[in-house]
Design a binder for this molecule. Sequence first.
Ligand SMILES: Cc1ncc(COP(=O)(O)O)c(C=O)c1O
Length: 413
Amino acid sequence: MGIEMSTRSTDRIESDSLEHVMALDQEYVMGTYARQPVMFVRGEGTRLWDSEGREYLDFLSGIAVVGAGHCHPKVADAIAEQAHQLMHVSNLYHNPLQAKLAQRLCELAEMDKVFFCNSGAEANEAALKIARKWGKQMRGAECFEIITFTGSFHGRTMGTVTATAQPKYQAPFEPLVPGFHYAPLNDLEALDELISEKTCAVMIEPLQGESGVNPATQEFLAGVRALCDEAEVLLILDEIQCGMGRTGHFLASQGIGVQGDIVTMAKGIADGFPMGACLARGTAANTLVPGDHGSTFAGQPLACAAALATLDVMEEEELMERAAEVGCHFKTRLKSLQAALPDLIKEVRGRGLMIGMQLSTLDAKAVQRHLMDAGIVINATSDSVLRFVPPLVVTKEECDRVTDAIHQALLTL
Ligand SMILES: Cc1ncc(COP(=O)(O)O)c(C=O)c1O
């Protein structure tokens, strides 16, 4: 027995080597991701460890997912306890954790009701379905058009990839879903021209993530709200990346002072456990009825336990306040770096702990690789933009370390 076990554990180490896993991936996993040759096997707070035992400082956090940090003990314990009690129950039955989580999310997001799901794309898909049904009910069968913005990212399902106004994500999958129009970001006049009797909703990320941390201005978002009110169309706020406290407010839109009719969340909602939520208020909150929409795994006890624990941590450790304070420190440091290297850094932008750095000439992916070699995980959203979305438990000292490493990288490359 002892010999068997030790043989098995040796096998496991060999079969888990990076080279072996890369070979398996190459052979059996569809090639949808351009993976870097690193395999993380453990996480704690802001730290990750790879299969070679090397430690990394994580300034990507999934991609804006583990806000409370990797494997927060409270979240891990909540998942483990719930796993021993009841992992799954059908949505045909009541679920106390789901009901409690719905109440807390609605209070925090200032919304009336929530539909749970398992990802960001699903949360947006629910929002699109609510908007279409709402439009038809309010103004008839022709009212089904939705306006989104250039540079947006809303997901990969057919509905959400159509909402994602970036041809590179859409072209291979055409024909797309009918009824979508795209307006330039921060151009109110262009939006005004696109809104018509057929429009049921306008959908926007208050702070675009995937296209390189591009903020909608306060003035623009307030203007979008006013245009939606005037035309009586729904405003859908995609807070999947910028929500959950990341900008220093529960929702980025709350920090800007604009309220949506529908808000979508996912990513950080359960600190890494898959979950999405589509929240709505007013008539939009009561549009869907039994049979309209659903999902087998949505709002299951495990995910709800993880999300409730994440919200507890967020309150107890004052993560929103921390995101605002530490984010401000980080942005100030990065802006000082920009002042010191004006030819290399074009812009530093973002809110709270969602920050982008636009480079002038250097390849952002090369900077990303340089930092990886220095034990720091960041991400390049394009050839010219570095994105920083660390766990919200990050410290000012860790931000200083990353700033110094970028400085070093920019001077070296
Ligand atoms: C703003 C935004 N919306 C939607 C999505 C899609 O979320 P998911 O990948 O969980 O489907 C993302 C993912 O990056 C996102 O950043």
